[in-house]
Unconditional design. Structure first.
Length: 79
């Protein structure tokens, strides 16, 4: 029979648990694709009052500036 004191048994248990979690993480993380963050033209706003540039993808026509809290209207594209 193998004799182990309590500190060696706890250290061995923790080491094997960490190794097992690392192996599971490597297996499940291999199939995930990195997220691609794109900045679409329609979601970039520039405040008319403070000229702060920010991203707001939730609104189409009117957006609220996070810096000065003023409302901004989307400008029509000029040809």
């Amino acid at each position: 029979m193998i004799e182990l004191d309590i500190s060696t048994a706890v250290a061995l248990y923790l080491f094997l648990t960490v190794i097992g979690l690392l192996i599971l993480w490597l297996i499940f993380d291999r199939d995930t694709k990195p997220k691609l963050y794109t900045s679409e033209k329609k979601s970039i706003w520039q405040c008319e009052i403070c000229t702060h540039t920010y991203v707001d993808s939730q609104h189409d026509v009117i957006s609220k500036c996070p810096q000065c809290s003023s409302y901004n209207k989307r400008k029509e594209a000029t040809p």
